[in-house]
Design a binder for this molecule. Structure first.
Ligand SMILES: [Zn+2]
Length: 283
């Protein structure tokens, strides 16, 4: 069933586990995600970046995810990942997204509060939940590029003020993760998660979680992370499976047969994350 992001994440926040938010671009990925969630009896957040929306079409990707969500027996939220464009956020509200992220991290603190608050005031009466970002998460995610030297950690006191003034449902924090593929071993600031969570008492979101060890992820979850975004690892699984199909069966020309192993590979990643995050068996 299709539900709001808040419904899924409030339960995770109360019970102390995290729910995976997986980036989709098409029918095959969405099906893989929902099948994985059904088999794991896990809630799931399926998210689209602005680039995914440009690629698939706003109405098209909305219909795909919402139809599969309505047919599913587990809770599914459709979330806009890193909405930086006011118009796209409004279009998502109009086209059935049940959760939107407004990423105002490029703005000064007060301006980020003002715009985020406006979006909360529009989204909440429609039953749509809102995620915001404070601090700057480094790396490259589709249209967002943040140089390592410009990445800044989230300040716990600012987080408290931000949540109070905006009324957001969950907050993405910068604690040392980055988007894309890690070159070295990422070092997470666990104390910062703990301090922020104690001050804000709402679900906390971790971006750039692909490539973080299971131990670190589980420690972050134990400190109060409730939504974990996974994109890069799904792309890598797709890439690896595609290469294997082409290499092992060069004469195959049926797209359905060529895509079947990629779907299975993405499904395996999603199921593994659900177990690691503690969301398996919660739906
Ligand atoms: Zn992100």
């Amino acid at each position: 069933m299709l539900v709001s992001g808040r419904e899924i994440l409030q339960k995770a926040h109360k019970e102390g586990y995290a729910v995976g938010a997986f980036n989709t671009n098409n029918l095959e990925s969405t099906k893989a995600m929902i099948q994985a969630a059904e088999e794991e009896r896990s809630p799931i957040i399926i998210q689209t970046s602005q680039s995914a929306i440009s690629y698939a079409g706003l109405e098209e990707i909305s219909m795909i995810v919402r139809l599969l969500a309505e047919k599913a027996s587990i809770p599914v939220a459709l979330h806009l990942d890193h909405g930086t464009d006011w118009d796209v956020v409004m279009q998502c509200l109009r086209h059935g997204w049940t959760s939107v992220m407004f990423d105002g991290s490029k703005y000064a603190f007060d301006e980020n509060i003002a715009i985020t608050k406006q979006i909360v005031d529009i989204a909440h009466p429609m039953g749509v939940s809102v995620e915001a970002e404070l601090g700057k998460i480094g790396g490259v995610e589709d249209h967002i590029v943040v140089d390592e030297k410009d990445a800044t950690m989230t300040d716990p006191a600012e987080a408290e003020e931000f949540v109070k003034k905006t009324g957001v449902d969950y907050l993405a924090i910068a604690i040392g993760t980055a988007h894309g593929v890690y070159k070295g071993v990422p070092k997470l600031d666990f104390e910062r998660i703990d301090e922020i969570k104690k001050r804000i008492q709402i679900p906390v979101v971790l971006h750039g979680a692909s490539g973080i060890s299971i131990e670190d992820i589980q420690k972050a979850v134990s400190l109060g992370v409730n939504k974990i975004n996974i994109d890069t690892e799904l792309r890598q699984a797709f890439q690896e499976a595609t290469h294997k199909v082409v290499k092992e069966t060069p004469d195959l020309y049926d797209p359905r047969k060529m895509l079947a192993p990629t779907t299975e590979a993405m499904k395996a990643i999603v199921k593994g994350k659900m177990r690691a995050f503690g969301s398996s068996g919660r739906a």
